[in-house]
Design a binder for this molecule. Structure first.
Ligand SMILES: [Zn+2]
Length: 325
């Protein structure tokens, strides 16, 4: 008997029933290889040529690239194979089984976003390489919810670029063609501690940080005046003061203070420029003979993205979903 690709709901159910939680917390983190294996099996059956690419230094994680047809360009349908962790006992349905309720399918990863990969396979059902002028590529990535190592490894491999990619994140079928970037930075100021009774003993890092914060606030105002894009719900770049810690005791001059901020740049603002500007302004705002400044990135960061509204992929997505981008 020839092997066939299982029905859509069976594929969704099997993906949901195969836990693939990823987390920066090692006690929650699981392998995604079982999900990759299921996908590889279905995609090979569907006539795709399948490559499983292990992630360096993470032996229990892999990406998958499945290609139907050949040549350059083509369309990528991309999804991540992992889910976030879940709260035991707080689900009204079994998180690892598809339950249909009120015309919706419940399960961990049913919306975000293992089902999308099953839907991509379903959309290609019956297609052969001969039907395609350019390749159709189904991409399944690892660790989107945690380290993003899957996507990062794909970038490193310098694979040929497709003409377009559609990422099937849940957006209520509204095509999203622009996204803010993200960066998280830590600023540490080291002064010199001493007894509070005589301020001349030290250099108060907390007081220096107050100046730095003032400068960062002014920079934020400038950014929000210079950059505006009303396609976004929050039409300006944001900069959040998210964490601060300094000193130990009221009667000691604060010797060290750390501030952590989160910046969400609009398309048109590069991460490198943001980092350079931050470093520049912070170093100018305090006396560096008495204070040491250390600025470091807490995460790798993600550039903003923008696909022109007039591009073929955005028009096609608008037409197919009936929703404006
Ligand atoms: Zn997602």
């Amino acid at each position: 008997m020839t092997k066939v690709v299982p029905p859509l709901l069976t594929m969704i159910n099997e993906l949901i029933a195969t836990p693939s939680i990823s987390s920066v917390n090692p006690s929650f983190d699981l392998s995604n290889l079982n999900v990759i294996e299921l996908l590889a099996d279905w995609l090979e059956t569907a006539g795709f040529s399948v490559e499983v690419l292990p992630i360096p230094n993470q032996k229990n994680k892999a990406n998958l690239i499945a290609t139907l047809g050949s040549g350059s360009g083509g369309l990528v349908l991309s999804g991540h194979t992992d889910t976030v962790p879940y709260d035991e006992g707080r689900w009204q349905h079994d998180p690892f089984k598809i339950t249909e309720d009120n015309n919706k399918l419940y399960g961990l990863g049913s919306a975000d976003m293992k089902s999308f990969i099953a839907l991509a396979i379903e959309a290609a059902r019956g297609l052969t390489a001969n039907d395609l002028k350019q390749p159709l590529i189904i991409l399944a990535t690892a660790d989107e919810e945690s380290s993003m190592s899957g996507a990062r490894d794909l970038v490193k491999r310098k694979l040929p670029k497709a003409r377009y990619a559609v990422v099937g994140e849940p957006t209520n079928l509204k095509p999203i063609h622009a996204h803010k970037g993200i960066l998280m930075e830590s600023i540490t100021i080291t002064g010199r501690s001493g007894h509070s009774s005589d301020p001349s003993y030290g250099f108060n890092a907390m007081e220096a940080m107050m100046d730095v914060m003032q400068v960062i606030k002014l920079w934020r105002n400038e950014l929000q005046t210079n950059y505006f894009d009303d396609r976004f719900l929050v039409p300006v770049p944001t900069l959040n003061f998210g964490h601060i810690h300094g000193g130990d005791n009221p009667n000691r001059i604060c010797g060290e203070c750390e501030l952590q901020i989160d910046i969400r740049p609009l398309p048109g603002m590069s991460l490198t420029e943001c980092r350079e500007e931050l470093t520049n302004r912070v170093s100018k705002s305090i006396d560096t003979t008495n204070y040491k400044i250390k600025i470091k990135s807490l995460i790798h960061g993600t550039e903003s993205m923008l696909t022109p509204i007039a591009s073929a992929i955005v028009s096609a997505s608008e037409k197919l979903t009936g929703n404006p981008a």
